[in-house]
Design a protein around this ligand. Sequence first.
Ligand code: CP
Length: 308
Amino acid sequence: MSSLTVKHLFGLQDLPENDIDKILDTAFKFREVLDRPIKKVPSLKGKNILNLFFENSTRTKMSFELAAKRLSADVMNFSSSTSSLKKGESFKDTIQNLHSMKVDCIVIRHSSPGSCINLTNYMDATIINGGDGFHEHPTQALLDMMSLKEKFGKIKGLKIGIIGDILHSRVARSNIYGLIAMGAKVTVCGPANLIPRDVSDFGVDVCYDVDSLIERVDAVNVLRIQRERMGIGIVPSTREYRELFGINQERISKLNKKLVVLHPGPINRGVEISSEIADGENAIILDQVLNGVAVRMSVLFLLLGGQK
Ligand code: CP
């Protein structure tokens, strides 16, 4: 039985502030577990969690697996590229067969927006969205918010810039919903053709000049600019993108404050972020990764009604 107001975590668009608060508070408690010599609690002993990944992933897949193991759950990892989907088995048959193995929770990543919601047609397990196309990536935004809260002690009132391909980014969408719900001020920045026309309806500001953005925000979340969008008219070239929007030492050195830099990963070194910044003291990228385990422990624990 879920301890949140929702049974599934499809996204942050309609997730109440109280639920986000509860997830972050619980994540900070689990963060302490990760620092112990024995990094394991029995909270989800006997639960069976299936990671169902139809797209590549390093951070989300590994941290959901580790989170489940840290909570003493059993974990099954499904990879579409080595499954019987390759022999022509349908999505529905695949899901129904896996579900009949008594799965309590499915974490799904799929290129199709709404694929996580579609699963409810075939099963009654708890479903967590691990990224569905351009739609949402809720646990990424939750771990980003946890990392901001860890750094600043609060989220309310923070000024956050999100830089990059906002139009195609599930990370941007979930961050916008979550940060606005938690009282942050969000400004998006990127090439005009990669900013949704209706973005101000989400309650965010738009800025097309990254130097002016970084002067006015406390932290920036730098999105991966997909190389496949380069040089085909969407983004003219890697060099031009780096010059106009890349976060580098030269830009940051002009500021009279310490800008905090987040990136969801994977990073394109030398494109949206320079190596100096990615590996330097402004970046909290690896803190985000560790917090990702804690946030995913929290989400699994709260949705599956774990015992302390
Ligand atoms: N940030 C993120 O979702 O990374 P992966 O694609 O490696 O899971």
